[in-house]
Design a protein around this ligand. Structure first.
Ligand code: AMP
Ligand code: MG
Length: 274
């Protein structure tokens, strides 16, 4: 079911065709979804521990979406309970002068997962075909080449053993307005409010175009995009957790061989006499 949200390579995405309010078979039954999410949290915890113990696979999760779409919320809710050892979050903000002095993938490549690691990108190299395109921070002739470059980069990561999942958190303009109003209404949330978000919001149409192009051109067999209905936070979390658990299960992760009975006995005796 969750696979339905996967963007098939080569399809032209029109975000208007995707309902951000979709809650599928749950029809708004938040309770039931919450229970399933708890089970998935536990399973994710187990799978992540196996991933870390096996030390073979690398997992990269890319989160993209407009301001307030829930990137931080997903990190909090879906990875709730996962051992912080072996999981890393990398946030990509406005590039520093040093980062800008390099190619746009330089800062990204450094943060990719090593063996046994799971890394979550809160924003990513996709900003370089999104905000950079909308604000014309580089000429069109430069950003237009980046889709192919990104596909090649992600292909290299995949061929070298990285499993890549990319989630676009799909909210609509009305939902964003409400979330920004909620932030203003609660002084404990003021730190999350950035006046700059209003300027970006005014460019909604241009961002949607940039997202449609990115989703259409960079969903590949080795690094698929999923368009996640994200107006309902509980549904967004559930679908991402399902996709993640399903993908990790399919990796068939093996715990290292247990010790033989003879070895266990030998070590036990060493400890007892020592
Ligand atoms: P936030 O994730 O809300 O903390 O905001 C980070 C900001 O950094 C967003 O406005 C992004 O659009 C911006 N940003 C991230 N990457 C880039 C980039 N490569 N070039 C310009 N701005 C960026
Ligand atoms: Mg922000």
């Amino acid at each position: 079911m969750s696979k339905a949200y996967r963007v098939r390579p080569g399809t032209k995405v029109r975000l208007k065709d995707f309902d951000p309010n979709d809650t599928s078979e749950f029809k708004g039954d938040k309770e039931e979804a919450q229970q399933e999410l708890e089970k998935l949290n536990t399973e994710l915890e187990r799978l992540q521990e196996c991933l870390y113990a096996e030390g073979k696979h690398k997992v990269l999760i890319v989160l993209q979406g407009m301001d307030t779409s829930g990137k931080d919320g997903v990190i909090r809710s879906v990875f709730d309970g996962v051992n912080p050892q072996g999981v890393r979050v990398a946030c990509f903000k406005v590039p520093t002068p040093e980062e800008l002095a390099h190619d746009y993938l330089w800062r990204i490549h450094k943060m990719t997962p090593g063996k046994g690691e799971m890394v979550i990108f809160n924003r990513s190299h996709y900003e370089d075909v999104l905000v950079v395109r909308v604000h014309e921070l580089v000429p069109g002739s430069v950003w237009k080449k980046r889709y192919d470059q990104i596909n090649a980069f992600e292909r290299t990561l995949a061929e070298e053993g990285t499993t890549i999942l990319k989630f676009y958190l799909h909210i609509d303009e009305a939902e964003q307005k409400q979330r920004l109003l909620d932030r203003l209404a609660d002084s404990s949330k003021h730190w999350k409010f950035n006046p700059g978000d209003l300027k970006e919001r005014a460019l909604w149409g241009q961002y949607m175009q940039a997202y449609e192009d990115a989703l259409s051109k960079t969903s590949t067999d080795w690094a698929p995009w999923y368009i996640i209905p994200a107006n309902k936070k509980w549904y967004r979390n559930l679908i991402i957790a399902r996709l993640l658990v399903g993908t990790l299960q399919s990796l068939n992760i093996q715990l290292p061989q247990p010790l033989s009975e003879v070895d266990v006995e030998r070590y036990r005796l060493q400890l007892l006499v020592g």
